[in-house]
Design a protein around this ligand. Sequence first.
Ligand code: UDP
Length: 238
Amino acid sequence: MYMYKRVLLKLSGEQLQGKFDGGFDAERAKWIASEIRKATAHGTQIVLMVGGGNYARGAQLTGGGVQRVTADNIGMMATMMNAVALADVFNSEGLDARALTNIKADQVADQFTHRRALSHLEKQRVVIVAGGIGRPYLTTDTAAVSLALEMDCDVILKATKVDGVYDSDPNANPAAVRYDTLTLQQAVESPDIKVMDKAAIALAADHDQSIVVFQLLQDNNIANAVAGQPVGTTISAA
Ligand code: UDP
């Protein structure tokens, strides 16, 4: 059976809040651990970029005296809260995991370095990266693409609420049509495709980095995606 060797999984903060209106739901994290365990059963390595929107998003916090750079720093700290909590839940569930951070916080998590991340992956540990790329004016989607390129991932698995990319919002338009495949160029150019920010898609397009957009809350979706099975919309070079 074909398996990707290494994948980048992008989870947003919202997916970690589970049944709550914000914050972190350990039950959801446990379920994600069990899904990732199935996906790693044949040796696939997982790099996980985690968002922070369940606690803070820079663009929304800016204003009333709070500078954008400060707000983005708060957003990056939010991703760190998710990363260290996820690592704890994964480890307690028997899924070996380490959180590495791209912002300096020595007491909280080890600093991300390429070599350290590789070494954990080679030991079959899930590497959870906190702090996005460590600079403001970016999202964790863009950071996910950058990290996938840096870690030489075969594919980016972007977990969403819906089961792929549609030509319009399926919640608002019942006639919306789902794409099975899209080219990276189409995803960059179409104003209707908002599944990731354009900076993220453009970076992926520049490097022919494939992205699979799939529904998180579906049993076996991560394992199937890792096996190259169709689970949503595949966005690739041609
Ligand atoms: N952020 C940042 N630089 C990065 C990644 C993230 O400044 O490289 C900040 C930004 O303010 C962002 C917040 O962290 O809004 C949380 O990330 P994101 O909004 O991507 O989280 P998600 O929507 O995936 O939960």
